[in-house]
Design a protein around this ligand. Structure first.
Ligand SMILES: Cc1cc2nc3c(=O)[nH]c(=O)nc-3n(C[C@H](O)[C@H](O)[C@H](O)COP(=O)(O)O)c2cc1C
Length: 143
């Protein structure tokens, strides 16, 4: 997987934006589709200067994405309309000074059980983001 070379294309004058959302796998789909989804997302994100982390517990997603605002908004529109998941809820969105996921076009963490991300779903805004970032160090991320 090609790593992003953000130092090269993140001009200090370029603004960055971040979005954290949660959603639920569509009821008719097998969890196995997620591997393919991640592969496609990585290839697309690499060319759009988007990086981030997708966490999946077998039923629910939380995804944190970052990049140039225009690209990020376009991506979030597409993600919001994607029939492979439902109940898409943005819990945090805002400007960002420096990337948090320099190494990942889209890191992926497969976690056990619904409780791990419950706090992220129940909280909102900056509190939800802080909770997700605190959990992040405990995830086994593949990139
Ligand atoms: C949970 C989830 C996460 C996704 N993450 C990304 C992503 O990080 N990057 C991406 O390009 N597409 C992602 N997608 C796929 C997009 O929704 C969409 O299918 C893809 O961007 C292609 O869009 P298009 O079919 O309109 O061209 C994700 C989909 C789901 C369900």
């Amino acid at each position: 997987m090609g790593h992003l070379h953000c130092a090269r294309f993140d001009d200090p004058m370029t603004h960055l934006h971040e979005i954290l959302y949660c959603s639920v796998l569509a009821p008719d789909l097998e969890p196995g589709i997620v591997g393919k989804l991640v592969g496609q997302a990585r290839a697309r994100n690499a060319v759009r200067q988007i990086s981030g982390l997708l966490v999946f517990d077998g039923l629910r997603f939380c995804q944190h994405i970052e990049g140039p605002p225009r690209e990020l908004m376009r991506l979030m529109d597409r993600i919001g309309q994607d029939p492979r998941h439902t109940d898409v809820r943005v819990v945090y969105e805002g400007a960002l000074d420096a990337r948090r996921y320099r190494r990942f076009d889209m890191g992926y963490a497969d976690i056990e059980g619904p409780s791990a991300m419950a706090g992220v779903r129940e909280l909102d805004g900056a509190e939800a983001l802080a909770h997700f970032l605190a959990l992040r160090s405990g995830f086994d991320v593949s990139g």
